[in-house]
Structure formats: C-alpha cells, structure tokens
Design a protein. Sequence first.
Length: 252
Amino acid sequence: MEKEDLLLQKRFAELAKRSYTQSMFTFTDFLSLPELDLFYQNEPQLKFAGVTVFGGAEGCDRKVIRFGNPEELGYEEPFPIVCIGIEPLIEKFGENLNHRDYLGALMNLGIERENLGDIFIKGKNGYVFCLERIAEFIMENLSQVRHTHVKLRILEKEEEYVKKEIEEMVVLSASERIDGIIAKVYNLSRSQSIEHFRAKKIYINSRLCENNSYQLKMGDVVSVRGYGKFVYNGVEYQTKKGKLSVKVGIYR
C-alpha cells in the first residue's frame, strides 16, 4: 500500500476515535473515488463512531465523510459544504465553459483540490460545491473563468438546477454483466470495456470494481472514469433471441 493511502487510513481512524471519545462530529475533506474506495475497505473498523457520506447533492462523486451518531450525540450537525453559483456578469458575453475551465480557475487561486467537491454545469452557469472554510475566499477572489467575467452567489438551499440531470437510455445486452453493459452504454468493444477494469477505472457505488463479470443490481451507480456515470435500472424484457432490454440512467 502506498504511503498516501496509509496516511489517509490513519486519518480516518483518528477522526473516528476523536468523534467517539470527545462526543463530537468530525469531518474529512472532499474525497475522490479512489479515496472513498479506501474508506469503504476500512469501514467495518470505523462504524463504531457512526458514519454518514454526502457530497452536497444527489449524484455527487466527490464526498465528505462525517463521523458521529446523532442519536448518541443528542444533536445534529450539518455537513460543512457550501454550493456557490457562478454566473456570467453579462449573459450574452458568457462562454460555454466546461468542468475543466471552472476547476482551473478555482485552483489558479491556490485552492487545494480537497476543498472542492463536484462541479455542475447548466447552460452558461456553473455550480461548485466547496468546504465552508474556503467559501468566503472564493466569493472574494473569483472574478473570471477563462475569458468570462463572473458574479457569484451562495445558494441558500439545494436548488433543482444543481442536481445532475439523468437521461434514460435502453440498451440490448446478452446479460446483466457489467462489462457488457458498459460496452453498450459507451459504445465500446468488450475488450475495451475489460481494459478499464484492468486500469482500475470502474467504480460501483463509490467502490472500486475489478470483477468484470459482476452482475449489476437495480440501483447500482456505475462510474467509468473518463466517460461518466450511470445508474442501472434493471431489465425491461427479454427479446425472442434471448437478449435483455435493460434500462440505465445516464448522468449529464
């Protein structure tokens, strides 16, 4: 195991112990999919403290872990996550920006990646989840994304347009095996699909999946790094030739 993973494991254990012994909630920074997978590998040893995982809204990949059981602690403490809306200062002059544009502008301010969660885009507007401790700094210092001058506002509550849209898709597959369905969803050959498993790019419900013959279950959320994410919604029917018509929801 790499040194960074060992340090993160130690950090999980420290936060869980502090929460339990001091009767308080503790939080990680935003974690990537590989870091979340490492957490889930260690979750059985951390459950004693009480565990909740959240990224700011439904459909987020990057998430924060909270240690602490509200029933035992006797109070509730929200996640220290803020959503900031980023809009063109003048709509007609706004560019069609992508995820990399927003992330680059934020990191150019000297912000570390662990302070930032998912970035949603709708039209010419961006919505970034960040830790509460960095929100004021972003509000005061982010004035331009690429060539577009922007204005910022903190969303007071989770609004509909910060949720990732899900587009329904139906594909024909020989079975519910994950490698075949990934190949159909992203128009890959079976060998190309299998290669992503070898490269450790496939996650199911934020857990690394290296078993390309895994049988998908209703509600499984599959992330393919570099391609996107979909939720498996099960089999609709079987064709006369024995193919399965399966439904998936593609996160856009």
